[in-house]
Design a protein around this ligand. Structure first.
Ligand code: PEP
Ligand code: MG
Length: 554
């Protein structure tokens, strides 16, 4: 047995014959062309075919791996028609009389090297994308067919590095796992492998040798190990691990469609946190009840300038329509502190977490707030919308925000633009001040959603960004849990519901506590929905409630 170590980027155990990816080989020929105009046309022709192929791949990716994967090919389409890239090729063909193949190769290398030399991991991984796009144009120029798997049985697929388009074109029923020499956790092959649930290990370098072709290998995507010709003990251990993983996955699958209710009949809603309209796919496939937190600031973070009302409206409408009547809570802009955006031109602050952030910016710069609220109310006509304000500390800031909502509704009415009348308006409880006056705040709004990430930071005076604080940043601290209990009691006394949308909501060690306190909704990342449902369905609250509450309050 030979054991080799790489970086596990998609968990899971697989066993099968090792197969090296067959790539159509081409040898670059360089020559001087006489008719540069005709050569340029030949390139333009190949470029157009490449764009068309990528469009088809985007559709295939959308069906097999969702919108994020499709977006990758749409990005490749943009790269293929990027003006800088095209101009570099044009200079080499029409300016220097190079043949199209040589011009594409040289221009692509220049761009790929530029990406590879950047500091940022994500940008470095884009070098592979440029090579992928240019490889496709070259294949078209050469008239060769892209590689694949010529095997009757499923295989563990080895490659130097797989381009995303190569990954998506492969017949997935033939692939047990990916093992590659190069690649990184943020490479798209890794992302696609995770989305499709195929184990993957990257960065194996020259440890993965051609003479292993055909050998039986076992792959453990969780610790990045590949075993070539595994001995009996290793094989038995990994098969056992795989069986447990399969059973766990299967059990989670079986939980789809089931209610989130405890053994003694207490229901709780399980919703999802998202950061982009593209995440809706994951919300639906994990069978969440709705969206409990859409962090709208990511729309702003992805733009180079203030996103327009129409741009935002389209994004919100997409989420609401795709959620098809299920509740969607969209949080208004929460920038400042750890989320800085250059075009906001915010002055530097000594203590940004305690500074001009979130609702404070919106109230100080009403034109920004108004644009977002108009987009939100316009989108409300397409689904079941709730709006919530982050970083509330007082009754007056909530009242001012609600007044702004009323103004926007009046504007839309006057303009004859439809909006829903039943939009819930709520607030995040993420400052100790808001928790302490939650009895008063509950009279102002339709719901509370507790942001335990910030509530922990502000209650314990512990910077959530500072990893060195270790055990001092303790979301299980009784001060945080007592505040949650107090907020829940105040919400219920005033007839409104309360949820948790901070990371703590997915902490299974506290599920029983949250049920005992009486939390109505837990909003968690899509991957946490089914494990949480499992935990809820195994819990009996009535027996434990008194002890838990006595421990907490005593
Ligand atoms: C929180 O503070 O718990 C929260 C959900 O908001 P964010 O993490 O975006 O600050
Ligand atoms: Mg927060």
């Amino acid at each position: 047995m030979i054991t080799i170590q790489g970086k596990g980027v998609s968990a899971g155990v697989a066993e099968g014959p090792l197969y090296f990816f067959q790539r159509a080989k081409t040898v670059l020929e360089r020559y001087t062309v006489e008719d540069t105009a005709a050569e340029w046309e030949r390139f333009k022709d190949a470029q157009q075919k490449c764009i068309d192929q990528l469009g088809e791949l985007a559709e295939k990716a959308r069906e097999e791996a969702g919108d994020d994967a499709a977006m990758l090919f749409e990005t490749h389409q943009m790269m293929a028609e990027d003006l800088d890239f095209e101009e570099a090729i044009q200079a080499l063909i029409t300016g220097e009389a190079n043949n199209a193949e040589a011009a594409v190769t040289d221009a692509a290398e220049q761009f790929a090297e530029m990406f590879a030399s950047m500091d940022d991991d994500y940008m470095q991984a884009r070098a592979a994308d440029v090579r992928d796009v240019s490889g496709r144009i070259l294949s078209i120029l050469y008239g060769v067919v892209q590689g694949g798997i010529d095997s009757d049985v499923p295989v563990v697929l080895a490659a130097d590095d797989l381009a995303p388009s190569e990954t998506i074109q492969l017949d997935k029923t033939k692939i047990l796992a990916f093992v590659t020499e190069g690649g990184s956790g943020s490479s798209h092959t890794a992302i696609l492998a995770r989305t499709m649930g195929i184990p993957a290990i990257v960065g194996l370098g020259d440890q993965i040798k051609p003479e292993f072709e055909g050998c039986t290998v076992m792959v453990d995507g969780s610790d990045g190990k590949v075993y070539v010709d595994p001995d009996e003990g290793t094989a038995a251990r990994l098969r056992d691990k795989k069986r447990q993983q399969d059973e766990y996955k299967q059990m989670l699958e079986e939980l789809k469609g089931k209610e989130n209710v405890t053994l003694d009949g207490q229901p709780i809603r399980v919703f999802c946190n998202i950061g982009s309209p593209d995440d809706v796919q994951a919300v639906l496939s994990n069978d969440a009840g709705g969206v409990g937190l859409f962090r709208s600031e990511f729309l702003y973070l992805n733009c180079d300038d203030y996103p327009t009302e129409d741009y935002q409206f389209e994004a919100y409408r997409k989420v609401l329509s795709e959620m098809d009547g299920r509740e969607v809570i969209i949080r208004t802009l929460d920038i400042g502190a750890d989320k800085q955006i250059g075009y906001f031109d915010l002055p530097e602050e000594e203590n940004p977490a305690l500074g001009n952030r979130a609702l404070r910016i919106c109230l100080n710069r009403p034109e920004i707030f108004r644009t977002q609220l108009r987009a939100l109310y316009r989108a409300s006509a397409y689904g079941n919308l709730g709006i919530m304000f982050p970083m509330v500390t007082s009754v007056w800031d909530v009242r001012e925000a609600k007044e702004m909502c009323e103004k926007v509704k009046a504007e839309l009415r006057a303009e004859g633009i439809p909006y829903a009348e039943n939009v819930q308006v709520g607030i995040m409880i993420e400052t100790p001040a808001a928790a302490v006056i939650s009895d008063r705040l509950a009279k102002e709004v339709d719901f509370f959603s507790c942001g335990t990430n910030d509530l922990t930071q502000y209650t314990l005076a512990c910077d959530r960004q500072n990893n060195d604080l270790g055990r001092f940043f303790d979301p299980h601290h009784p001060a945080v849990l007592r505040l949650l209990k107090m907020v829940t009691d105040n919400a219920h006394k005033n007839g409104i519901w309360v949820g948790i949308c901070g990371e703590l909501g997915a902490d299974l060690d506290l599920t029983e506590t949250f049920l005992s306190i009486g939390i109505d909704e837990l909003s968690v990342s899509p991957g946490s929905v089914l494990p949480l449902r499992k935990k809820i369905r195994e819990t009996t609250v009535s027996g434990a409630r008194d002890t838990i509450l006595a421990d907490l309050m005593g």
